[in-house]
Design a protein around this ligand. Structure first.
Ligand SMILES: Nc1ncnc2c1ncn2[C@@H]1O[C@H](COP(=O)(O)OP(=O)(O)OP(=O)(O)O)[C@@H](O)[C@H]1O
Ligand SMILES: [Mg+2]
Length: 287
């Protein structure tokens, strides 16, 4: 009998076909939830992103930062209100959101990735005219202020930067007149993945994946086709709905796979990308 390789080497050998498959491809990662707040998970995330770059993948990070925005608003004595899960954003709220996301959250991520060995470059929707947005209302039709939907993505600047650096995108955009807007980071990730012709888009979140029954944590759907997601969409609530909608937008735009991954699990990105078992929910095109 041929001796088996030592366990550690086995992991590396298991990863090899995946490294080959993903080499030279773009993977857009929506960074959110616990992985963005827990100090040790933050470090794990930065290391994982750097590792992807080292093995020849082009990672692109998209982030929000809701809890930090809320924290600063409260410190400034501002009113924090949500309608249908969307932040009610008057001009002052958008100004604070932009300062916190672009000036603090984005730069923290850029620095952390840099410290782990790869240079990252921070961008917002304004840079290189990356995101053109316009006003949207809440699903119930309420006026929620400067909350934007994405009309146009120009990835020219991203394509240049991603050749050598890791782009880190803050989810704010502007309209034709230069007015800034909050934009849902899931939506930005899906739209950027589509516009870049990414191979995968991955959403790090605070649940194990898409649950058939949100009350039953054992009901993770590990694989689904786009038509199955589409059929279920209207019955899905909370933050999972924009996420699954963004998965669909990406897949319909030619992205091969969309993943919803548990960001509370250390190195969940690597587990999904480089192991046979994978984790979370994997969505593929219908045909
Ligand atoms: N069917 C479902 N399966 C899984 N989660 C669901 C489902 N329906 C609703 N949810 C909710 O969606 C949440 C995930 O979206 P949420 O917007 O809260 O997190 P996120 O997008 O990862 O983080 P952030 O919005 O801060 O960037 C889950 O924690 C869960 O409460
Ligand atoms: Mg969300």
């Amino acid at each position: 009998m041929t001796p088996r390789p030592p366990r550690d080497l086995g992991t590396l050998l298991e990863a090899l076909p995946y490294i080959r498959e993903f080499h030279g491809k773009t993977v857009v990662v929506k960074y959110g939830g616990a992985a963005m707040t827990d100090p040790s998970l933050k470090e794990d995330f930065a290391r994982d992103i750097v590792l992807l770059k080292y093995v020849g993948i082009n990672p692109v990070v998209v982030h929000g930062g809701g809890p930090e925005i809320t924290g600063y608003m409260e410190r400034l004595g501002m009113d924090v209100r949500f309608v249908d899960g969307l932040r009610v954003s008057d001009a002052e709220t958008v100004e604070v959101a932009k300062m916190v996301l672009v000036g603090k959250v984005n730069k923290d991520i850029v620095q952390r990735i840099g410290r782990h060995g790869q240079p990252a470059v921070g961008l917002s929707g304004d840079d290189g005219r990356l995101l053109r947005v316009s006003k949207q209302h809440s699903p119930g039709g309420a006026d929620i202020g400067f909350v934007g939907k994405i009309d146009k993505v120009d990835v020219d600047v991203l394509n240049h930067i991603a050749q050598d650096y890791i782009p880190v995108i803050a989810s704010v955009g502007a309209d034709r007149d230069g007015q800034s807007y909050n934009v849902n980071a899931d939506e930005v990730a899906g739209a950027v993945a589509r516009a870049m012709g990414a191979y995968k888009v991955m959403f790090l979140t605070d649940v194990e994946g898409w649950l058939r029954d949100p009350a039953d944590l054992d009901s993770v759907i590990s694989e689904a086709r786009a038509d199955e997601v589409e059929a279920a969409l209207t019955s899905i609530g909370g933050g999972m709905r924009p996420k699954l909608q963004s998965c669909l937008d990406a897949i319909h735009g030619g992205v091969s796979f969309a993943h919803i991954v548990d960001g509370r699990v250390p190195h969940s990105l690597l587990l999904e990308l480089f192991t046979d078992a994978g984790i979370g929910t994997k969505i593929r095109a219908s045909a």
